[in-house]
Design a protein around this ligand. Structure first.
Ligand code: ADP
Ligand code: 5GP
Length: 209
């Protein structure tokens, strides 16, 4: 079976990453969404093991110690990290795995594994970013401002990504994401074994020359 591809979605807080990946996995069944561990407190409506594995700082540091995380980073005063086992088992089952993680983590995974696809998600404008963050209603104004400030820093790294995904109309954005990932399956660099096998097969036509 063909191994799955890891796709990383990063982007400003409030860009719509969570909304996009939720729709993607609802619509198509070849995707697996990695669930991160975090020390941030659950938001209203979030469940342990569904949005995140919510951990204490001590528990999180133990996971780091045990090498249970592919990567981890600190973001606006909390730890966030990607558990290794789930990602590896899903890839082996041929699923395309989506990591919705911030840029330091994205760069670390890309360093370890240059085959990953890096996608940066942005709303159509800065005003729309602020409106979405406020409209989500999950953070107080101080946290929103800290996240907007962080977005300025993050914008410096946008050109390190492979693709830019503008989240204007949600449905269109989900379709674009699906096409990007599916096209990657046909890239030459991911088909070297197949190319070698076709080369071997085709040699039959040079026999007897
Ligand atoms: P992120 O995960 O990037 O922080 P969310 O998925 O939580 O962002 O989205 C932030 C807010 O913007 C949410 O209230 C969500 O409903 C809204 N939103 C997401 N995508 C769109 C879109 N395409 N158009 C309008 N609002 C959107
Ligand atoms: P939020 O608190 O809004 O859920 O997430 C804050 C930020 O942490 C987002 O940019 C999100 O992509 C990022 N994030 C979530 N999980 C992980 C993770 O496992 N690793 C890293 N590096 N970042 C993460």
């Amino acid at each position: 079976m063909e191994k799955g591809i890891i796709t990383i979605l990063s982007g400003f807080s409030g860009a719509g990453k969570g909304t996009i990946v939720k729709k993607l996995v609802e619509k198509y069944d070849n995707y697996a969404l990695s669930i991160s561990a975090t020390t941030r407190k659950p938001r209203a409506g979030e469940e342990n093991g569904r949005e995140y594995f919510f951990k204490t700082v001590e528990e999180f540091e133990q996971m780091i110690e045990n090498n249970e995380l592919i990567e981890y980073a600190s973001y606006v005063n909390n730890y966030y990290g990607t558990p290794r086992d789930y990602v590896e088992s899903q890839l082996l089952q041929g699923k395309d795995v989506i990591l919705e993680i911030e840029l330091q983590g994205a760069m670390k995974v890309k360093e370890q594994n240059p085959e990953v696809v890096l996608i940066f998600v942005t709303p159509p404008s800065a005003d729309e970013l602020k409106n979405r963050l406020i409209g989500r209603g999950t953070e107080d104004m101080d946290t929103i401002n800290a996240r907007l400030k962080r977005a300025v820093y993050e914008s410096e790294f946008m050109d390190r990504y492979d693709y830019l995904l503008i989240n204007d109309d949600l449905e269109t954005c989900v379709e674009k994401l699906h096409s990007i990932i599916q096209s990657e399956h046909y890239s030459v660099k991911r088909n070297i074994e197949r190319i070698n096998s076709i080369r071997e097969d085709i040699k039959i036509f040079s026999e007897g020359e």
